[in-house]
Ligand binder design. Structure first.
Ligand SMILES: *[C@@H]1O[C@H](CO)[C@@H](O)[C@H](O)[C@H]1NC(C)=O
Length: 385
């Protein structure tokens, strides 16, 4: 009996020592954990702060990215990683993004500068570039006074000084071609701008209503050799009204070879070199409204057309009415009346676009509208006698 009692006493001692050991271990462990935590927070406290990723290089005025572009209709197709990165502001370097104009003849200089001036006025952070024939740099003192050349020089200086435009001389697209012919030059020269990652080209003459939408296109697109505005909604062919290009000497050489083999205009050249629909601006990018609108379409406006809504949804209007020589020309009033849209809202918008062009031409270039006479040879024309 005594032996058993002793044993149970031993058991109880054993039990209590076990309990003590367990508590000691628990106490030790909790102490250890607390200590480790303290060590971690100490380590964290003495570790230097990792630098945060650099913010986007701040342009003078950050672009207000347009909501039209941020919320397109429908789902966004397979998003490219690089696009997401760029949206995060990691790789957006505005000094490598630009708007370029290409002038091949004197008459185009003012309209090209007007577009770059619009981009400047709307405070786009992207660069502005003007490509012009190198032959214009040649001093022609012995050739006497050349009014066109004098105006062009004045305009180029204005572009550089007032609107911060980079002036870049270009060569003829075919080696040893006649430097004095506009047809010797090509939009393909855009591909020589290899210091830039992406370039937007807009075909003038026209009126830019919203630079921020184009800034978004420039900033948040993939770099591809060519992304052109489609010639029609069916997306069967490209047009040259709006181009987004990634300049590279490889593309330039290809175009130069094609063009050297056979004389052709820029539209044919680009259609041969770049297949549709692969080389068109994605439908997703164009789903926010009228990116490029031609003024002649205002004549098809139907009841319910709202000029305010039109302006809000339109990025760029190319002033192109086939019967008119261009917005640079002073067209007789009777002809305007014949051609202007019937719909009153659309007529207001159409007339305002041409009038704004006239005013801007005076402000930017100091030029009046050019004199224009309706061609005498026009079939069925009332004044053809
Ligand atoms: C055009 O639309 C705007 C905004 O939706 C509206 O305020 C305006 O009254 C409309 N104008 C006409 C003529 O319907």
């Amino acid at each position: 009996m005594g032996k058993i009692l002793l044993t149970s006493g031993q058991v109880s001692i054993l039990l209590s020592s076990c309990i003590i050991i367990v508590f000691t271990v628990v106490l030790f462990l909790s102490g250890y954990i607390i200590q480790q935590r303290t060590v971690y927070s100490l380590q964290a406290a003495i570790r230097p702060n990792l630098p945060k990723p650099l913010p986007i290089p701040k342009p003078i005025d950050p672009p207000t990215l347009d909501v039209k572009w941020a919320r397109p209709m429908g789902a966004r197709p397979e998003v490219d990683e690089t696009v997401d990165q760029m949206i995060a502001g990691q790789t957006l370097d505005w000094s490598r993004l630009g708007y370029a104009q290409v002038v091949k003849e004197h008459e185009e200089v003012c309209s090209a500068i007007m577009l770059l001036a619009d981009i400047h006025r709307m405070k786009s952070p992207a660069r502005k570039i003007l490509l012009f024939p190198r032959v214009w740099l040649r001093t022609s003192e012995d050739e006497g006074y050349d009014a066109e050349m004098t105006t062009t020089r004045r305009l180029l200086k204005t572009a550089a000084r007032r609107y911060g435009v980079s002036l870049i001389p270009m060569e003829t697209i075919v080696d040893n071609a006649d430097e004095s012919l506009p047809s010797s030059y090509s939009l393909a020269s855009l591909y020589t701008l290899i210091n830039y990652e992406r370039i937007v080209y807009i075909q003038g003459p026209g009126s830019l209503l919203d630079a921020s939408a184009l800034d978004s296109l420039l900033a948040f697109s993939k770099s591809e050799p060519m992304a052109a505005y489609p010639a029609s909604p069916e997306r069967k062919a490209l047009s040259t009204s709006l181009l987004l290009v990634h300049p590279s000497l490889q593309s330039y050489r290809q175009l130069k070879e094609l063009r050297s083999a056979k004389p052709m205009g820029d539209l044919s050249l680009f259609r041969q070199a770049f297949a549709a629909p692969e080389s068109l601006i994605s439908e997703w990018s164009l789903s926010m409204g009228n990116v490029v609108y031609e003024s002649q379409k205002l004549r098809d406006a139907v009841d319910g057309f709202n000029a305010t809504v039109f302006k809000g949804a339109t990025t760029y209007v190319r002033l192109s009415d086939p019967e008119l020589p261009g917005p640079e020309y002073d067209v007789p009033y009777y002809l305007r009346v014949e051609l202007r849209p019937e719909n009153l809202e659309a007529r207001g918008a159409w007339e305002a676009l041409y009038e704004r062009f006239r005013q801007r031409r005076m402000e930017v270039c100091g030029l009046d509208l050019e004199y224009w006479k309706r061609p005498v040879l026009e079939a069925g024309s009332p004044d053809s006698g």
